[in-house]
Write a protein that binds this ligand. Structure first.
Ligand code: UDP
Ligand code: MG
Length: 307
């Protein structure tokens, strides 16, 4: 009988966990295969860990890892993936925004269609602020223009994978993990099942506007050199334009004796150049800081307690 590992990152999810477990256990019975749960407590400050301890004591399929602090969802997912041993592996959010019922369809697909991964795809963004949706769409348009690794809008981390694909993902050792990119980067055949967006039933989302912006920048920096190219080419064209301007100015001064008149144009050019230099430094700095993190080779998470 195949074994399915369920990886569940949890950050302050005390309210949702019992309901989550009830719903996945229903699917467990319907699928009739073995389950092993790996709940990863990502430095929760509420009762999440106590609830997990209790769940693990009552049910032998339940395992948990408790990280020493909040390392972020990417790290929590990795911790769970590394601990798992199933023939199939799935990653679900604890807040039931990834409906476990989809696993039935996903499992059928992965067995029947000879694919390596079945990923869930949201068909809408209902219940999300309009401005966030707008920026998210823009982000996906942009990132797909500037990287060779397609990243599909609406695809969540919720997916069912074969052991082979899971091992491929685990073989990528980078510290800065942008899973949405890693999942596609490793290749293999992915199918999609669609579902309508579900609102969080309990607790609240850990994302706000600035964390989403940071996530978007991480995605681009980790999967594309386009910003560096942009900086290089704009710098180059500015240098060429400046050279032309210098020649024209010298000719004007030497042959027509017209002195430079505009103070405004001067200031405008200076401001533009300063601004552009700062932007350039920022972009380069972002890549250097990414390199810095990779070079340090710090562990991506630290486990404090497990069962
Ligand atoms: N999560 C986590 N660590 C974090 C933030 C989130 O493990 O630092 C977990 C969280 O408990 C949930 C999942 O990641 O199970 C998705 O988080 P959230 O619901 O906040 O994201 P959203 O659904 O709004 O994208
Ligand atoms: Mg959520």
């Amino acid at each position: 009988m195949p074994l399915l590992s369920l990886i569940v990152p949890c950050f302050n999810e005390e309210e949702g966990l019992p309901e989550f477990f009830k719903r996945t256990e229903k699917i467990h019975a319907q699928l009739g295969i073995d389950f092993e749960y790996y709940f990863v407590n990502d430095g929760s400050t509420d009762q999440t860990l106590n609830i997990l301890r209790q769940m693990a004591a009552e049910n032998e399929d339940v395992h948990y890892l408790s990280l020493s602090r909040n390392f972020g969802k990417e790290a929590a997912m990795l911790a769970g993936l590394e601990a798992s041993s199933g023939d199939f592996v799935t990653i679900l959010d604890a807040d039931l925004q990834d409906p476990p019922e989809l696993l039935l369809e996903m499992f059928e697909k992965i067995q029947a269609e000879d694919v390596d991964c079945v990923a869930a795809k949201r068909t809408d963004r209902s219940g999300e602020p309009v401005i966030i949706s707008l920026f998210s769409r823009l982000f996906y348009k942009l990132i797909n223009k500037v990287t060779q690794t397609p990243i599909i809008d609406g695809v969540r981390d919720f997916r069912l994978m074969t052991r082979q694909m899971t091992d491929a993902i685990l073989s990528l050792t980078e510290t800065n993990r942008f899973s949405k990119g890693l999942f596609t980067w490793v290749g293999f055949q992915t199918e999609y099942v669609e579902f309508a967006n579900e609102k969080r039933t309990t607790g609240e989302s850990k994302w706000n506007f600035s964390s989403k912006v940071r996530y978007a920048i991480d995605g681009i920096v980790n999967f594309s050199e386009a910003p560096l190219d942009f900086v290089t080419y704009s710098g180059l064209s500015m240098v060429v334009m400046t050279l032309l301007a210098i020649i024209i100015l010298i000719i004007r001064q030497l042959f027509f004796h017209r002195s430079v008149s505009g103070w405004t144009s001067m200031v405008v050019i200076m401001l533009f150049c300063f601004g552009f230099t700062l932007l350039t430094l920022g972009v380069i700095g972002k890549y250097i800081s990414t390199l810095f993190l990779e070079v340090k080779k710090r562990p991506i998470y630290i486990i404090k307690e497990k069962k």
